[in-house]
Design a protein around this ligand. Structure first.
Ligand code: TYM
Length: 324
């Protein structure tokens, strides 16, 4: 039995990369596990890039609604907002003092932005330590994430081992990443990794008209309608195949290779696939978005459950460090 934990930032609305890379695999993993899982909305992390409180509130609701729409079993899950458990900030301070500077300077999340240091806030620099605290505070064993989080998980393991070694007791559980091979990096509309910050995401919860515009942004080459097309280099096909069944994907490949099938047709089919496959989830998402008090209740219950678990670990850490 293992404790599963994962989080999604509320810096934007949840996108297809979050859904296929984290939400769906985590929900599967939770089903296989008997132990209580921990699923949270990383709203503190979102402050690194997003300063507007109203937008954050809406995004936090949207991320929560997405988890619920995909069927998160909240009976066996502690479902909460990161910011509502301030214990995590206390643990972050302790762990900051066990984290070597070069480790953080090496983080991709920091390095990618480091050509212009005046744009980097201290939150971005210490982001991996807050993430480490998220995981260690609740003694998680398994952390289902996309490939982009692999390095942060390695840091969490390093920080936990360093802490345990220095204090001379295995207080912190060393977590393991769980990365699904097929969905580890979902491409965006431009073929790069799908990301809120690259503005290349697909938002499956958009109303039909907006979803159509969203899908139309997928970049293709300029081959004419009649010409056969190479599915392996095309972004529409890649995205389609990640959502479709094996049989549907096989049929789509055949259409590409036969010619007389345009990218416009493929986009239309991709749109239809999303509407069919996620019709229940889209409805449920809209329901939760227009009933925020229901989501609030579920989160508040999770936040209460999380409190005791976090407090127990913190007590041990405080005692070991002479703060008690
Ligand atoms: P975030 O909010 O960027 O992404 C949330 C989850 O979605 C996955 N993901 C993807 N997977 C495949 N393809 C993509 N294009 C793609 N884009 C995003 C991410 O890998 C992640 O699993 N720091 C984290 C949030 C976090 C967290 C944690 C996660 C905070 N504390 C503790 C796990 C444990 C983040 O920014 O993820």
């Amino acid at each position: 039995m293992a404790r599963v934990l994962t989080g999604i930032q509320s810096s934007g609305r949840p996108h297809l990369g979050n859904i296929l890379g984290a939400i769906v695999p985590a929900i599967e993993l939770i089903k296989e596990n008997k132990e209580e899982s921990f699923i949270f909305i990383a709203d503190l992390h979102s402050l690194i890039s997003l300063k507007d409180g109203e937008v954050r509130k809406q995004n936090t609701l949207a991320v929560a609604a997405a988890w619920l729409a995909f069927g998160l079993d909240i009976e066996h899950t502690t479902f909460y907002r990161q910011s509502r458990r301030p214990e995590v900030a206390e643990l972050t301070w302790y762990l900051n003092c066990f984290t070597p500077f070069p480790m953080l300077a090496n983080a991709h999340s920091f390095k990618d932005k480091s050509e212009k240091l005046s744009d980097v806030n201290a939150g971005l620099f210490t982001y991996p330590v807050l993430m480490t605290s998220d995981i260690l505070l609740y003694s998680a064993d398994l952390v289902p994430v996309g490939k982009d989080q692999m390095q942060h998980l390695e840091m969490a393991r390093d920080i936990a081992s360093t802490f345990n070694r220095i204090v001379g007791e295995d207080i912190l559980i060393i977590p393991e990443a769980r990365i699904d091979e097929v969905v580890k990096t979902i491409p965006g509309t431009d073929g790069q990794k799908m990301s809120k910050s690259y503005n290349n995401y697909i938002d499956i919860f958009l109303p039909e008209k907006a979803l159509k515009a969203n899908i139309n942004r997928i970049v293709t080459d300029s081959k004419g309608l009649e010409e056969p097309k190479d599915p392996d280099t095309d972004n529409v096909y890649k995205l389609y195949s990640l959502v479709a069944s094996t049989e549907q994907t096989k049929q789509m490949r055949a259409k590409y290779e036969a010619g007389n099938y345009g990218y416009g047709h493929a986009k239309k089919e991709f749109m239809q696939l999303i509407l069919n496959k996620y019709s229940e989830e889209r409805k449920a998402f809209d329901y939760y978005m227009s009933n925020p008090e229901e989501v609030e209740k579920k989160l508040a219950a999770g936040e209460e459950k999380a409190k005791a678990v976090g407090a127990e670990l913190l007590e041990k850490v405080r005692a070991k460090l002479g703060f008690k």
